[in-house]
Design a protein around this ligand. Structure first.
Ligand code: FAD
Ligand code: MLT
Ligand code: ZN
Length: 477
């Protein structure tokens, strides 16, 4: 038994350390089941002080640390890799809500809090916590911070970093960096919070964060819209933004293939509108006004009138408006199940990419055509947060292909799509991060100068390469 296990037990007690192979195994595999590795143990601290002690212990015994929250990440960032002795540091038991300050409209939470539990706690206080994604029942807020998660409300509220006012983190030195004052303005030197947010566990272990709260919407208006033309989608987005301002919360796009795939695995979601056009939009507006009935009518009327205009001019083919909050949730359920449906397929390549919204239509047209020409019948499972310029442009094998099709073509397909992303000035990761999945493409994509800046930052903050080695950047040791 490695010496670290006894030392971890001394620090965390027996219940705070897993070291039997079958107990450790589930933590060593990613959500999609495509990455796996080995770890000596899973350490589960309950306090920031314990996290600091574990880091010092790992320094002393030369054991690497892989931070992990809910393990829902889609890039293999929380999965151990390589032969170096390493532990998984699970933040799941560091899960207290430290404070809700309604006068400051903020909440301070520990990293292991499950996202949905924060939403519920905030709702019970009468306010609103806007970060929302399909994995919210299992992902942790520490993981959201570490990946700068996006989700379905970015259009109105921004990414995780936009709603975060400060964090607490344990650095590779074992020291605690703390900035949890809940200040909305603070220009005192370098922006360390935003350096750690999105660093995927490579620069520090986030132990807590303070977040903005928002007024709770009274209700929502939502519609499903059948539409063929991506340029018309973008025009509709701008029209709704012009008419509804930031009452427009979500503008999501789902290709017919992504809906067919989802219905194949979850037939209960079938709706006639889904086959009417190449794409279905899910649009949501929120009503924030106190005079509930008239305000709700106004928001609904903006949506109805805009869609009616688009129907009359033939820019959209069909639309279905939600008539109740329950139906709004029903609309979202299908959107949320696309990832789950895709996970049931034998093989798929995930692209989480973004563009200037003005370039999205040309990217899709050009890339769809080249892919079909080179990989006839390939299923393009294209969906995502169109309002943010973010596509989940995923590829599955043609329907009649052999089971090893994706394995055989993965490299060529990936390089083709990445070349297209470069051509249209996009990003190879809009919201999921780099982890292990996109690591080999990062230097070329960001360029030498940016990459070297990242290497210098990593070396300065983690000179012994203790934290999540070989993730985001290749380790140089
Ligand atoms: P993990 O998977 O445990 O870790 C992710 C990364 O963060 C790893 O690199 C890990 O080392 C690091 N990390 C975790 N906790 C800490 C910490 N406390 N300190 C330092 N580093 C840490 N993502 C989106 O952005 N938008 C979406 O809409 C979205 N939808 C999803 C839907 C489904 C069904 C699934 C399965 C995933 C989805 N994701 C989405 C991806 C994922 O849920 C998010 O990236 C989430 O933020 C990860 O949180 P987690 O706690 O599971 O982190
Ligand atoms: C989503 O928007 O559903 C996610 O980011 C997950 C995915 O890309 O599959
Ligand atoms: Zn997404």
């Amino acid at each position: 038994m490695h010496a670290i296990i006894q030392r971890l037990q001394d620090c965390l007690g027996l219940a705070g350390v897993l070291f039997e192979k079958e107990d450790v195994a589930p933590y060593c595999k990613d959500w999609r089941g495509i990455f796996s590795g080995d770890a000596l143990a899973v350490a589960m601290p309950k306090t920031t002080q314990q996290v600091a002690e574990i880091v010092q212990l790992c320094q002393e015994l030369h054991v690497k640390i892989v931070p992990q929250g809910g393990n829902t990440g889609l890039c293999g960032g929380a999965t151990p890799e390589g032969d170096a002795p390493q532990i998984i540091l699970s933040l799941k038991r560091l899960n207290q809500i430290r404070e809700i300050d309604l006068a400051n409209q903020t909440i301070t939470v520990e990293a292991g809090c499950i996202l949905q539990s924060i939403q519920e706690k905030v709702a019970a206080s009468g306010a609103f916590f806007p970060l929302s994604l399909a994995a919210q029942g299992s992902c942790t807020v520490g993981g959201n911070l570490a990946t700068n998660a996006g989700g379905i409300n970015v259009l109105r509220y921004g990414n995780t970093r936009d709603i975060c006012l400060g964090i607490e983190a344990v650095l590779a030195s074992g020291e605690v960096y703390s900035h949890l004052k809940g200040l909305r303005k603070d220009n005192t030197g370098y922006d360390l919070k935003n350096l750690l947010i999105g660093s995927e566990g490579t620069l520090g272990i986030i132990t807590a964060g303070v977040f903005k709260l928002f007024p709770s919407p009274f209700d929502h208006s939502a519609a499903l819209v059948a539409i063929d033309d991506v340029s018309e989608m973008v025009a509709l987005l701008h029209e709704l933004q012009r008419r509804a301002g930031n009452e427009l919360c979500a503008f999501e796009m789902m290709s017919r293939e992504s809906l067919e795939l989802t219905i194949r695995h979850f037939p209960e979601f079938n709706r006639p509108i889904f086959t009417a056009a190449k794409y279905t939009l899910l649009i949501e507006l929120a009503n924030f006004e106190v005079d509930n009935s008239s305000a709700s009518n106004r928001v609904q009327a903006v949506l109805e009138e805009t869609l009616e205009g688009y129907l009359v001019k033939g820019a959209i083919l069909d639309a279905a408006l939600a008539t109740s909050e329950a139906q709004v949730n029903e609309f979202w359920a299908i959107r949320d199940h696309i990832t789950l449906a895709q996970a049931k397929e034998p093989g798929n390549i995930k692209f989480d990419i973004s563009f200037a919204i003005s370039k999205i239509a040309s990217f899709i047209k050009s890339t769809d055509a080249i892919l079909q020409q080179k990989f006839n019948g390939v299923q393009i499972i294209n969906f995502g947060h169109l309002g943010d310029g973010n596509l989940h442009y995923n590829l599955c094998a043609p329907k009649d292909a052999k089971s090893d099709y994706i394995l055989n073509h993965e490299k060529n397909m990936t390089e083709l799509v990445i070349a297209q992303i470069q051509l249209f000035d996009g990003s190879i990761s809009a919201e999921h991060g780099i982890g292990q999945l996109k690591r080999e493409y990062l230097m070329h994509h960001r360029g030498r100068v940016a990459y070297q800046m990242m290497v210098a930052i990593k070396k300065a903050l983690d000179p012994d390469n203790l934290l999540n080695p070989n993730k985001v950047l290749f380790s140089e040791e």
